[in-house]
Design a protein around this ligand. Structure first.
Ligand SMILES: *Cc1c(COP(=O)(O)O)cnc(C)c1O
Length: 950
């Protein structure tokens, strides 16, 4: 065993297991299996041109070296990003803990109660601090959250407003520049007209349906918006506010002056800057909009025994149900970061937050005082943490940079300074000295913070917040460590067993890939620092983009989109810009096969396209005749086809090149959804099949952990004709020559986690990547053969092979009274997370084992599935009191004195010998979704009270 070859650690199958597996599958060698799986005419003829593989230790030394090329200055740029002190207890026990970061999105609520509780904490903090009734469990960043507010309010316009074509949306000139850029991107295809101006001069005309304000303003001025909001209300104009979460500890929460939506980021609640992300944004609104709110909401319900339980609420709002009627495409969000920010709230509690926010404010006040003593003029009359000083930027900047300090230079004589939790008295004196030197004056040293505030009484917060027990209990490290562990123990993650999620590729997230994330040299870089201060990042990002272009066969890559769905949207907007540049802006039809992921139609609609659904034939392939007919019919207006490859049915369609040709012949561009890229890397690629653009889910194929539902990165890779349109950023130059406006707030999206994918590619190299793909395909086909005769595989390729995943048909078991959900829940008793349930076909599961699993684990899973199949045969539709319907079984029910079930306790909870060795106990019985949706509760406080009245 070569101990320094990462591929041998990443890939689970041992050399000595290979032959027996190939035997089971019925092939001579791996190459034969691949030949029978992937159509030969789309196979790559040459190996990918990538750097040779690095060992893990070499990679760690290499990233350490690169990290030193980043210059970590004291940074006071602000604009929505602030240095924050990450409590070590949270960093070590969550960010660096696979029990948290390798979890999947909590669809299987019974084995996800830990992160569901952590997210409920997050929602409660956001609801309380914003003063709103309801908050979701995170969005991607503040700017996309603001765009979601603009579109949600557009969607809920009054009937009259819709009838009268009211489309204007007012945006305060105080809005952050990156948010404004995003609003431009998002408003354009929907026909929303942005009007940017001074909120004091707004005339409340009936042509407006909504408005967005920034609180505090972009350079720190805090306005009293109550008059604006009252007047807007009189005129039926809904108001959204983008607010700084820390400032809300001291400022009147927007909910108290009647706004409809509050958005923002929780980055400064203990999340590293990471050169732009990932961070959890929030979206809070009124109860009346609960069915329109984008993203996921965690809600309280009860389990089979009537005990409190949590789960994702109101799932019917989501795009996988609403498809082209959806108004948001948010799927992956920022769960891990929301969990961390929520824990920051738990750790500090309301008193700690008041201390932190007051200290930040006192720091800003003290700085103002000192600068005024130097004779400088500070513009903000009311402020929280950011002051704006009149001074000669040309003089100040070189002195500041020589002292390794960044300010934001608004114009030649205006400088904005945002202080933060980490700003010390020493830092203050450094800032003061910089200005003194620029003025040629002597400064006097500050020794303590002033005890005055810069927040006028009329906008001072008087209401209490976070009074729940959870925020007033865990303030010592021992207590918080145990609370985090208590939650972690309720959740099944990859550190317990295989999570065989079809389409979501839950592979190894290697420790060596994750380790660099802990370094301050990567964590403490603000996204808007001058590019020459982020040289380490620039090298990583350029290399990663180059390697992804090589892997996809495309010309260039944008790393900006921070989820797969954002990548879809970005790709379609780039296609839209391309058609427009050729004078073909009438092209707006997007063909999408009926089996597509729900985000596809949602993204197409957001990009202003009309969705035309194409049929799938009985073998699960795209119905080429139907596709051709529709392409012909819409030839003049055809914009794009969105196609997933291999298909969501787990098959490499051999007609793919014919399909892409048809689209090109009719003037359209081909968008490939790259969620299934794990079946392609090194063997074929999107350029070869004839696509023009694809997104990749770096949190699926390229080893970024799922985080329990985020972070994600969804870069788009494009053919040469689309390169000019790659997205830009208004503060830092990036993107193509004719770039579209921003897709995400930060220029390179969630840069910090790009280190993970960079490590994945560099440590595997061409051979390791290609071998991973082959083993992923082998593992899927191995499971397929092991389950043959017990479950029907719904679709296979022409030679009977699955790709990297397969769909098992569970509909025939209805005659025994068994639904696919029963199988999913029963798997928990066997220590497994269910595969993907009912996507892309209702009543089925889709299994994707990935290359990282070893043979013993695949066998355990197959054994569990076979055992469940036997249990299905024992079940009858007339007797619902059976081991499947009652699943999952908790420790509590299994050990009570009373046992009234027609099967043994052993069968309930220890159905196979391997289970006893490493039993995972679901912490609640089956959750009641409908009950929770009827009685929606999305914050912590009422749990106990609510359950008592039950
Ligand atoms: C996961 C997935 C998406 C969406 O990606 P997110 O990162 O969750 O936004 C789109 N299409 C397919 C086929 C997927 O599996």
């Amino acid at each position: 065993m070569k101990t320094d070859v990462f591929a041998l650690r990443h890939i689970g199958i041992r050399e000595e297991d290979l032959n027996s597996m190939l035997n089971t599958v019925g092939v001579e060698n791996l190459e034969q299996l691949i030949f029978e799986t992937i159509p030969d005419h789309i196979r790559l003829k040459e190996p990918l041109q990538l750097d040779p593989a690095m060992s893990e230790h070499k990679f760690l030394a290499h990233t350490e070296e690169l990290s030193k090329k980043n210059k970590v200055f004291r940074t006071y740029i602000g604009l929505g990003y602030h240095e924050s002190l990450i409590p070590s207890v949270i960093k070590r026990n969550i960010l660096e803990n696979p029990g948290w970061y390798t979890a999947y999105t909590p669809y299987q609520a019974e084995i996800a109660q830990g992160r569901l509780e952590a997210l409920l904490n997050f929602q409660t903090i956001v609801s309380d601090l914003t003063g709103m009734e309801l908050a979701n469990a995170s969005l991607l960043d503040e700017s996309t959250a603001a765009a979601e507010a603009m579109t949600m309010l557009f969607d809920v316009r009054s009937r009259d407003q819709k009838k009268n074509g009211v489309v204007k949306f007012f945006v305060s000139e105080e809005i952050l520049p990156q948010t404004l850029s995003l609003l431009k991107t998002r408003s354009l295809p929907l026909g929303i007209e942005l009007v940017i101006g001074n909120h004091d001069e707004f005339d409340f005309d009936s042509g407006f349906y909504g408005a967005l304000l920034q609180y505090p303003g972009k350079f720190g001025q805090v306005y009293d918006y109550s008059g604006f909001v009252a007047k807007a209300k009189e005129n039926d104009i809904k108001v959204a506010v983008a607010a700084d979460i820390m400032s809300l500890v001291l400022l009147t929460p927007p909910g108290e002056f009647g706004v409809d939506v509050v958005v923002g980021t929780t980055q400064r609640f203990g999340i590293p800057l990471g050169y732009g992300g990932p961070h959890a944004a929030f979206f809070a609104t009124k109860e009346q909009f609960k069915r329109n709110i984008p993203g996921r909401i965690i809600g309280v319900t009860k389990d089979t025994d009537g005990k409190p339980a949590l789960r994702m609420a109101l799932q019917t709002r989501e795009q996988h149900i609403k498809r082209d009627k959806a108004t948001s495409n948010i799927c992956t969000a920022q769960v891990l970061l929301a969990v961390m920010a929520g824990m920051y709230g738990v750790y500090h509690g309301p008193k700690g937050l008041k201390y932190i926010a007051s200290k930040i404010n006192a720091t800003a006040v003290t700085l103002t005082d000192a600068l005024e003593n130097l004779g400088l003029y500070q513009l903000n009359t009311a402020y929280f943490d950011t002051i704006t000083v009149k001074a000669d930027a040309k003089k100040v900047r070189p002195i500041a940079e020589a002292n390794e300090v960044n300010f934001y230079y608004v114009d030649h004589d205006t400088i904005s300074i945002a202080v933060n939790e980490a700003t010390s008295i020493k830092d203050l004196n450094q800032i003061i000295e910089i200005f003194a030197e620029a003025l040629g004056k002597k400064s006097s040293e500050v020794t303590e913070l002033l005890n005055t505030t810069s927040i006028p009484e009329n906008i001072e917060r008087s209401s209490s917040f976070m009074e729940n027990k959870v925020f007033n209990s865990y303030h010592s490290e021992t207590e918080l460590m145990r609370y985090i562990k208590k939650l972690e123990r309720k959740d099944l993650a990859l550190n317990h067993s295989m999570i065989s999620l079809g389409s979501c590729t839950m592979k190894l997230n290697a420790a060596s890939e994750m380790l660099p994330l802990s370094s301050a040299n990567w964590g403490n870089i603000h996204p808007f620092v001058p590019v020459d201060q982020a040289e380490g990042y620039q090298i990583i990002l350029k290399e990663l983009a180059k390697d992804l272009s090589t892997i996809t066969g495309f010309a260039d890559t944008s790393l900006q989109p921070n989820s797969g769905a954002q990548g879809e949207y970005a790709g379609l907007m780039v296609i839209r810009a391309y058609h427009e540049s050729r004078g073909e802006s009438e092209r707006n039809i997007c063909l999408i096969p009926s089996s597509a992921h729900g985000t596809n139609p949602a993204s197409a609609v957001m990009a202003g396209m009309k969705v035309v659904v194409t049929k799938t034939d009985e073998k699960g392939n795209i119905d080429v005749a139907d596709l051709e007919e529709k392409a012909k019919l819409h030839s003049d207006k055809l914009a794009a086809l969105m196609v997933t490859y291999p298909s969501t049915h787990g098959v490499f369609e051999s007609s793919i090149k014919q399909i892409t040709k048809i689209i090109h012949d009719h003037g359209g561009q081909v968008y490939m959804d790259g969620a299934n890229m794990n079946a392609q890397v090194g063997l074929t690629n999107p350029a070869t099949i004839g696509a023009d653009v694809c997104h990749l889910n770096l949190h699926k194929t390229f080893a970024i952990p799922h985080g329990g539902g985020g972070p994600g990165v969804g870069p788009i890779c494009v053919a040469p004709q689309l390169v000019p349109f790659l997205p830009s950023n208004p503060v830092i130059e990036t993107g193509g020559e004719d770039a579209i406006t921003a897709i995400s707030a930060a220029p390179w999206g969630s840069s910090l986690v790009c280190l993970i994918s960079y490590g994945y590619i560099k440590m595997l190299g061409e051979q390791g990547l290609t071998h991973s793909t082959k083993i992923a395909i082998l593992n899927a086909n191995y499971i397929k053969h092991k389950l043959e005769g017990k479950f029907d595989v719904l679709y296979t390729g022409e030679k009977g092979r699955a790709a990297h995943e397969m769909i098992l048909d569970c509909r025939p078991f209805k005659k025994n009274g068994i639904e696919v959900t029963d199988i999913a829940k029963r798997l928990m008793d066997y220590g497994f997370h269910a595969p993907t349930v009912s996507f892309p076909v209702a009543g089925t599961v889709m299994i994707e084992p990935t290359e990282s699993e070893n043979l013993a684990e695949l066998d355990r899973f197959c054994e569990a599935m076979a055992s469940i199949r036997a249990e299905i045969d024992e079940s009858s539709a007339d007797e619902p009191n059976n081991v499947l319907k009652n699943a999952p079984h908790t420790l509590e029910m299994t050990t009570t004195d009373e046992w009234n079930f027609p099967y043994s306790r052993q069968k309930a909870s220890f159905p196979l010998p391997y289970v006893a060795e490493n039993k995972f106990w679901p912490s609640v019985r089956r959750v009641d979704d409908a009950y929770g949706d009827r009685n929606l509760i999305c914050t912590c406080a009422p749990i106990e009270a609510y359950m008592e009245t039950e």
